[in-house]
Design a protein around this ligand. Structure first.
Ligand SMILES: Cc1cc2nc3c(=O)[nH]c(=O)nc-3n(C[C@H](O)[C@H](O)[C@H](O)COP(=O)(O)OP(=O)(O)OC[C@H]3O[C@@H](n4cnc5c(N)ncnc54)[C@H](O)[C@@H]3O)c2cc1C
Length: 490
């Protein structure tokens, strides 16, 4: 047997690295504090309804494909994927919505209808976004462990220097006047955790992910991906232990020697933490931590969220699988998230109804609803706030889609700041980690290798490349490559 590697947490970065490391002969054990695997992508079931608890937008299918290809497999060996049409629907008011369909040609028609001359501009914008996507994914993503600023400098990125200095909002507003089109084009950067005005224009590659590559859905939901990665890991001998919370990382002779779980010690040659970075550092005695509380408190955090998982006893009309409710002013909401953190006055929200495209996720004749309101981290969270906001969004949903729903709720479960902290040891209750702003990109993010302990590594949405499932999978690959390099395996 090879050396023992312990992985803390079972989010996507951990699941990915477990596969890469076990394939290279290491004895890998994944320790997860919760009773199910997948981290923020856990699944929740109740009364015949099934919900993906976290991620629901399957974007950048090439990253998932590349992961399975690295093991001589294909995505379709594990789960069926379907391209959604419409990809999503955006509500701007009563009888005022736009459906984004499954091809750029169709989307251009909608743009042209809303703003004369915008189809051509969109084509140019997406062509530039496609070029950036190719640079981001081919030249940067997999070659950027965040160890040096030089990683960012390639012949192609030098030519793109200007797009790191401008921001998405500026570039969108330069080209499009129509408010609705502007907000649709600024929406994808929400996945990166920051405001469009604070996100480098280079990140418009997310617009190519949206309009160019499209929105996909694994047949049984996002949990198919978790299950696939666990099955793959098992085929290489990875052990997955749930209900195993690490309470300390123990050091001897300037090396991590073991992990403590329920007062028992588990020896390890190498430790990799895919749990929230800030939390992992609290498992070390203070002289082995790399980042201070002040460091974390000054970071731009991606939002937390108020989530609802709702079982409805009837079918809901006029909604798609994915729906964005942009009938309020996002700029005001963004101030409440990033600038002056407080509960938002008029929040925008997102809802998905996976039973629209998969009859297995809700009982016959019923609909499952997942609702998300982005919130600032560290907000006071209590039942009264949750109830108040549920009422706000369900009332708006009724009004915008012109139907009664309040008396059709079989159950509703909520999840918010306090649950993110309790369930995931999340800093300030963040949902998506550290935002990808200019000063939190690449080598400016927390490092994937400890500079104090040579056998301690980190992965996940607080490190490189950043928030989101595809970046988390890439993070697992980057850290595995670094471990294998340090071990002189590659
Ligand atoms: C509500 C929501 C919606 C999202 N929507 C999307 C989307 O549509 N598309 C997309 O691409 N991304 C989305 N994301 C982001 C995406 O889910 C995350 O970026 C990604 O899953 C994070 O993976 P990770 O590897 O960082 O680990 P995480 O998922 O953060 O997992 C870390 C794990 O570590 C465990 N842990 C913590 N402390 C300990 C300990 N002491 N001992 C043992 N285990 C521990 C936690 O329980 C957790 O399971 C969403 C996230 C959320 C929360």
């Amino acid at each position: 047997m090879g050396k023992k590697i312990s992985i803390i947490g079972s989010g996507f970065s951990s699941l990915a690295s477990a596969c890469y490391l076990a394939k290279n002969g290491y004895e890998v054990t994944v320790y997860e504090k919760n009773s199910s695997l997948g981290g923020r992508a856990r699944q929740f079931s109740k009364k015949g309804f099934t919900f993906d608890m976290g991620p629901s937008w399957y974007w950048m299918p090439d990253v998932f494909d590349k992961f399975f290809n690295d093991f001589g497999k294909e995505t379709k060996d594990f789960y069926k994927l379907k391209k959604l049409n419409p990809a999503y629907k955006v509500y701007f008011g009563e009888n005022d919505s736009i459906s984004i369909e499954d091809s750029l040609e169709k989307i251009k028609k909608v743009f042209e209808y809303e703003e004369k001359g915008s189809a051509k501009k969109l084509e140019e914008f997406i062509s530039n976004a496609k070029e950036n996507y190719s640079i981001a994914v081919t030249d940067l993503l997999y070659k950027m462990p965040g160890l040096s600023p030089l990683e960012l400098i390639t012949k192609k990125t030098v030519l793109k220097a200007g797009s790191f200095l401008s921001n998405i909002r500026k570039e969108v507003r330069k080209r499009f006047k129509n408010k609705k089109l502007r907000s649709i084009l600024e929406f994808p950067v929400l996945f990166l955790g920051a405001k469009a005005s604070n996100t480098p224009a280079f990140y418009n590659f997310m617009n190519y992910a949206d309009f160019g590559l499209g929105t996909w859905q694994p047949e049984n939901g996002f949990y198919d991906v978790v299950q696939a990665m666990v099955d793959l890991g098992k085929s290489f001998g990875v052990k997955y232990l749930t209900d195993h919370e690490i309470s300390s990382i123990n050091i001897k002779n300037s090396k991590v020697e073991s992990l403590t779980i329920n007062n028992s010690e588990f020896e390890s040659d190498i430790v990799l933490s895919g749990a929230d970075y800030a939390h992992t550092e609290t498992l070390l005695s203070s002289n082995y931590r790399q980042y201070s509380n002040k460091y974390w408190s000054k970071k731009t955090w991606a939002p937390s969220s108020l989530l609802f998982y709702v079982g409805f006893d009837k079918k809901i009309s006029d909604v798609a699988h994915h729906n964005l409710f942009f009938d309020t002013n996002f700029d005001d909401h963004a101030v409440d998230i990033y600038d002056k953190p407080k509960w938002p006055k008029d929040p925008l929200f997102y809802a998905n109804f996976t039973s629209k495209t998969n009859s297995k996720t809700a009982p016959k004749g019923c609909e499952n609803g997942f609702f998300l309101i982005p919130l600032a981290t560290n907000l006071e969270d209590n039942d009264e706030f949750r109830e108040k906001y549920f009422n706000i969004i369900i009332t708006r949903l009724e009004k915008l889609t012109n139907q009664k729903l309040k008396n059709n709720i079989i159950f509703k479960e909520s999840f918010c700041v306090n649950d993110f902290i309790k369930d995931y040891n999340s800093y300030g209750g963040n949902a998506y980690g550290l935002a990808n702003t200019l000063f939190q990109t690449a080598f400016l993010r927390p490092k994937i290798k400890s500079n104090k302990l040579k056998n301690l590594y980190f992965s996940g949405q607080l490190t490189v490349p950043g928030p989101g499932v595809p970046p988390a999978i890439v993070s697992g690959k980057l850290v595995s490559d670094l471990i294998l390099k340090d071990e002189k395996v590659i």
